[in-house]
Design a protein around this ligand. Sequence first.
Ligand SMILES: [Zn+2]
Length: 337
Amino acid sequence: MTLMTPAQLAAAVPKAELHMHIEGSLEPELIFALAQRNGLSLPYASVEALRAAYAFIDLQSFLDIYYAGASVLLHEADFHDMAWAYFLRAAADNVVHTEIFFDPQAHTARGVPMDTVIQGLASACARAQAELGVSAALILCFLRHLSEEDAFNTLEAALPYREHFIGIGLDSSEVGHPPSKFSRVFARCRELGFHVVAHAGEEGPPAYIWEALNDLQTERIDHGVRSLEDPALVAELAQRRIPLTVCPLSNLKLCVVDDLKDHPMKRLLDAGLCATVNSDDPAYFGGYMNANFVQTVEALHLTREDVITLARNSFEASFVSDERRAALLALLDNAVA
Ligand SMILES: [Zn+2]
């Protein structure tokens, strides 16, 4: 891989994806196919009309369509098929390990049983390992626009399936719903031995990142791009080596940055932070892992060393066993040797 450009190297290297909402991988074609299979009608006339609605002005305008899209998921096979479609794309992008977010409340609120959601996703994860050699784990996310009580109830309903998920996250509408709203339920999740992460500092202020670290004691920050506004926070994140799961095309689509050339990824790396590249909601934001990686490398003129650092960070930041981490890092070393 020595003769490759940095962008070609970014596409080719083995890597982990740590910030991807499985409901955000539902392509318009699959939304229509599942609606038809389940006898549902959609408020969009065609695949093209649905895709044309993907012109977002902020996080909320995206979430409105995201929840409408997820409403076609009713049966275990629907969840399985959605996740399997993602795994095929991830494997094609040389993703060898992935930790996938899912939003059970988006489904249980519609009357879909927790069992259906988790069994469908878990069977797809097992198939990804068996057929693609991609290791996959699930992270259950609480919707932060709902109450902490609702999060507690969701945790309770999911505990019978706890062997199928490794961690807990916090997503959905950020502003007005600070991490501290969920301090007690996250304390319970840590007690139960789950990994904990939270979205913070995407649209919300650096204070939300401090809250995620101090109140929720998260091991990673999802997004975290606004950390650069607070030098003391940058120092804390660097010193504690808290990973940031950054999603460049999401930031562009949701107008967190106006141009990928202005994306803070290079500044995050130069500040010594453990930043990673991820696709967030790839069906909605214009691309999967390699689209994010390659376009970011090109827009910011990242170097070969930056690319290797980002791939290495993705494995260091993952929740795999030490043994698996060593194997993944060796895979990367061999690939770039
Ligand atoms: Zn996200």
